[in-house]
Design a protein around this ligand. Structure first.
Ligand code: HEC
Length: 142
């Protein structure tokens, strides 16, 4: 019975992984850290309790609401965006912050490599206390 429950969970898990794969491939957090250090660290800190810099502290951003870091002066556009940082939103962000949120203060060259974006997202996921708690809470507000 346990085995049965486990394998159906596994099949469900694989199904979900397959769906996630279609949008954002699974990344490698170690490779993501390297990319982060090269491309993001100049503006962002991703350590637990790390400070804001030119960009906001990113520990815990994975799965969080956008612009939810105390003490950082976010753009009005990002604050108004109502984005929740799920993998596909992060993926879109890294392909072009200005396309996802016109008027954002984050200006970078697009990360054109899908696998590098996936690695960065896996890294951000690893820098979060509740990485499983990604999707929106489903509160419907008209
Ligand atoms: C030139 C500085 C700079 C670089 C480089 C940069 N960012 Fe940012 N980032 C910002 C700024 C500024 C904001 C706030 C944007 C706003 O308020 O509109 C931001 C916001 C973000 C957010 C949303 C934060 C939140 O709390 O909602 C994420 C996620 C993010 N950056 C990830 C990255 C990643 C990953 C990289 C490397 C690929 C990166 N950034 C590179 C400046 C930068």
């Amino acid at each position: 019975m346990r085995v049965g429950a486990f394998s159906s969970a596994l099949i469900l898990g694989l199904g979900l992984a397959g769906m996630a794969l279609a949008a954002v491939p699974a990344g490698d957090p170690a490779a993501g850290k390297k990319a982060f250090d090269q491309t993001c660290m100049i503006c962002h800190n991703a350590d637990k309790g790390g400070p804001n810099g030119v960009g906001p502290a990113l520990y815990g951003v994975y799965g969080d609401k956008a612009a939810n870091v105390p003490g950082f002066s976010f753009s009005e556009k990002l604050k108004a965006s109502k984005i929740v940082w799920t993998p596909d939103k992060l993926d879109a962000w890294l392909q072009g912050p200005m396309n996802l949120v016109p008027g954002t203060k984050m200006s970078i060259a697009p990360i054109t490599s899908a696998s590098q974006r996936a690695d960065l997202i896996a890294f951000l996921k690893s820098r979060s206390d509740a990485p499983a708690a990604a999707p929106a809470k489903g509160k419907k507000k008209g």
